[in-house]
Design a binder for this molecule. Structure first.
Ligand code: OOG
Ligand code: NI
Length: 465
């Protein structure tokens, strides 16, 4: 009997992300325009910075520079969430982090399904920010019951996807043919449906509760609501979007432009109003519209420690107290100036960030370090003597305030609503059927492992606390 050859989960994820990209460009032409703009800007940056080009070539990421980094979906039920967890696991994507968006007036909580570990991230970094609707935050009891009823009847996965999912779990993998069928079947879950599963009246009631409630409940499935390629110069893409005829959101979310990038900066073009049909109750259709889908770009920097993150959060709050960005962009310049000014308090030098314990770094021996006798030397002395070097660890997760900004700008500018903040990670993990990985613990472990590799031969004494 011949042994079945399974396709790696990394290559299933790569095929899935390529299929999503093709589908989305086809469904949302403005997204194709954004992709070309990103590719042009990235080429321009690389032409001007041969050093960066070489580093990217060395780490084998140059050809994939403008590929998608993430997308997002919004689910309606615990059952959908736990099944999607199993589906993503087949692609090597695991839940990392818990995000409570209720604080920002959005009735969902979320996690990011993503590859974990350097090799998997390098092979294909695609992740899906996945939100679960919180009907418990909707006040109108009748509406809550009606929405739950609609959601309980829909089936967001094809039979083929579910069969192959079972097979993958039983066998511990999928062969080439099954893997490509799996990608095809799973892709169907994320398609756009221009026919709603509710009446215009029901849509209106859901929409009045919150636009996002209408977006989740009214359709047959969780359409992918955006995809996000990586840009090497987010400010430049933001500037050039209007030239290409796409309308950017008012400001870039996250930290300001810096020498040493931290966390995540992102921006998007505003969601498009699209034609949809609602049930008319007589077996026919009534035309209407729905706004949900957009395109986004991201630029990532170093992952911050809890201390660095607390400083980031404090400075961001301080900025927003000085100047709250208006959705129409009227005070965008003022906001950017305030952001740059307030963030002067965040060191903008890798070694300063590292020494202040604000960021996570990966340590390695230099060629001199490999040869030197480092007996009894501590980490800082080894660095000072050029025996150990350090590189920033890239932040691979998301930012709740930025996510809320992205949600808001795509829900319409008047959509800000108050919900009582009520994080409920326990409920989320119960619905997910698993616990989420703690992002800080994860980065800390990567850093510690790199220190241990430098200290491993026992010639270098531990210095990092
Ligand atoms: C998700 C928004 C979060 C991001 O980049 O922060 C997100 C959504 O709109 O469903 O993707
Ligand atoms: Ni996003």
């Amino acid at each position: 009997m011949t042994k079945t050859e399974f396709v790696s989960s990394d290559s299933i994820r790569a095929a899935f992300s390529a299929a999503m990209s093709a589908m989305y460009r086809n469904e949302v032409p403005a997204y194709g325009t954004l992709m070309s703009l990103v590719a042009q800007v990235n080429e321009g940056v690389l032409a001007e910075d041969p050093g960066m080009k070489q580093r990217l070539a060395e780490t084998d990421t140059l050809d994939r520079i403008s590929e998608e980094r993430h997308g997002a979906i919004r689910l309606g039920t615990a059952q959908e969430l736990s099944t999607i967890r199993r589906v993503f696991a087949v692609m090597g994507m695991h839940p990392v982090g818990y995000y409570d968006l209720s604080t920002a007036g959005v009735p969902v909580h979320s996690t990011a399904f993503r590859p974990v570990g350097d090799t998997a991230l390098k092979l294909n970094p695609f992740r899906i920010f996945t939100s679960l609707l919180r009907l418990d935050l909707v006040r109108d009891e009748q509406l809550r019951a009606d929405a739950a009823e609609v959601l309980s009847k829909r089936k967001i996965f094809t039979d083929g996807a579910l069969e192959l999912l079972d097979k993958a779990e039983k066998q511990g993998g999928l062969d080439r043919d099954d893997a490509s069928r799996f990608v095809e079947e799973v892709l169907q879950t994320f398609r756009w449906h221009d026919k709603a599963i509710v009446s215009a009246e029901m849509y209106r009631r859901l929409h009045d509760a919150h636009r996002l409630v209408a977006d989740v409940v009214s359709f047959r499935g969780p359409h992918i609501n955006h995809l996000t390629p990586r840009t090497l110069d987010i400010d430049e893409v933001q500037r050039r979007m209007p030239v290409e005829g796409i309308s950017p959101k008012a400001i870039v979310e996250g930290p300001p432009t810096r020498q040493c990038p931290i966390l995540l900066r992102q921006t998007s073009f505003k969601a498009l109003e699209e034609a949809v049909a609602f049930e008319d109750g007589k077996g026919g259709w009534r035309s209407g519209s729905h706004t949900a889908r957009f395109g986004e770009i991201e630029q990532r920097g170093v992952a911050l420690t809890p201390k660095g993150r607390a400083l980031y959060d404090r400075l961001l709050n301080e900025t927003r107290e000085r100047c709250r960005p208006a959705a129409d962009g009227s005070n965008a310049a003022e906001y950017e100036a305030a952001l740059a000014d307030v963030f002067k308090a965040f060191p903008d030098d890798w070694n300063a960030i590292r020494k202040a314990g604000l960021g996570y770094f990966s340590y390695s021996l230099t060629p001199a370090g490999e040869k030197a006798d480092r007996t009894g030397m501590d980490l800082e002395t080894a660095i000072a003597n050029g025996l150990v070097q350090f590189d920033p660890i890239t932040y691979e997760d998301f930012l709740p305030v930025s996510a809320a900004g992205i949600f808001q700008s795509n829900l319409g500018d008047d959509a800000t609503q108050e919900f009582v903040a009520s994080p409920n990670q326990r409920m989320f993990e119960r619905d997910l059927g698993a616990s989420v990985l703690d992002e800080f613990a994860h980065y800390a472990a990567i850093m510690q492992a790199s220190i241990d590799r430098c200290l491993g031969d026992g010639r270098l004494a531990a210095a990092a606390e």
